[in-house]
Design a protein around this ligand. Structure first.
Ligand code: ADP
Length: 295
């Protein structure tokens, strides 16, 4: 069982002809609303790959919160640890996607991050074999990583674009698997990252967008060039990638080094397929990935 911890949002994707200039106006060509937030996206994807998944995060006691919770439950995600904050507002993101592929995000964190370090204890991670951490308060992430390690569970961390604004070094040190895009890798690891994964003997997975991804281990690296698809919207591709990677690499005893190459290929297929449709909650499930890889 995997516990995904971090942001749970309601996403509204607006497809426009072009991003407007200040004082300008853009024409909405289509709109689409669905659950989002990197922890929730990962949990839903994991469930789609047949992994027993649960979510730790917070929403407000508003209509969007109800929609988010219902979507998670319908996807088969255990929502027992999803906190509903009294008088809270569920985090909303407006993703404005231009025909050129350029994306602008408007949003707030709303009730996200109501879960603090004092709200989690050994009980929170007791039934998890693996804890997947996404952007959240660094103190909460670090405490969860510590609790997971104490309970014998493995930990992955996908900090996302807030990495620059917050000090996640203590969480990074405790992660068995670290997911970074190229820019994040440069900021965390510097130019030497290829030879020096900073996690304790763990894996550093660097995503290169359309050019696939690389896994660095203590003993060597694996590369996958990615898949050539017609990308429409890459929002959520990273979450789909992480979930796909974990669904394959996690074995009965935690991270199975023999499965890294297969996990990398599977994860790239997940990211590529997620990029072919609009919105963040577009990760493929296992049958879709297998059909794509068999083609
Ligand atoms: P993030 O979204 O976290 O910044 P990336 O943009 O690198 O990360 O995307 C994550 C993964 O999704 C990539 O490693 C790749 O497997 C897949 N992916 C993203 N964009 C494309 C694309 N245009 N074509 C094919 N695969 C893509």
């Amino acid at each position: 069982r995997v516990l995904a911890a971090g942001h749970v949002n309601w996403d509204v994707t607006l497809r426009v002809d072009a991003l407007p200039d200040p004082d300008g106006e853009a024409r909405i060509e289509s709109q689409h609303a669905a659950g989002g937030g990197s922890a929730a996206n990962a949990a839903v994807s994991l469930a789609g790959h047949g992994v027993d998944a649960s979510i730790l995060g917070s929403v407000g006691d508003d209509e969007n919160g109800l929609l988010v919770e219902r979507e998670l439950a319908e996807a088969g995600v255990d929502t027992d640890r999803l906190r509903v904050v009294d008088d809270g507002e569920t985090s909303v993101k407006y993703l404005v996607v231009a025909a050129s592929g350029q994306v602008m995000v408007l949003g707030n964190d709303g009730a996200n991050e109501a879960v603090g370090p004092d709200d989690v204890d050994a009980e929170t991670v007791a039934d998890a074999d693996h804890v997947h951490l996404t952007s959240q308060r660094p103190e909460t992430a670090t405490r969860l990583a510590r609790l997971a390690a104490d309970a014998g569970a493995t930990v992955s961390f996908d900090p996302g674009r807030r990495l620059d604004a917050r000090d996640f070094s203590a969480t990074i040190e405790r992660a068995d698997v670290l997911f970074l895009n190229g820019r994040e890798a440069a900021s965390v690891l510097g130019s030497e990252y290829a030879n020096a994964p900073p996690t304790r003997g763990g894996l550093v997975v660097v995503k290169h967008g359309a050019r696939g991804a690389t896994v660095h281990t203590a003993t060597g690296s694996y590369d996958h060039p990615g898949f050539d698809v017609d990308a429409v919207d890459t929002t959520g591709a990273g979450d789909a990638f992480a979930a796909g990677f974990l669904a394959v690499v996690l074995g009965a005893d935690g991270i199975d080094a023999d499965r890294i190459e297969r996990a990398l290929e599977y994860a790239n297929a997940c990211g590529a397929l997620a990029a072919t449709s609009e919105g963040a909650r577009t990760a493929p499930d296992r049958p879709e990935v297998e059909a794509f890889l068999d083609d």
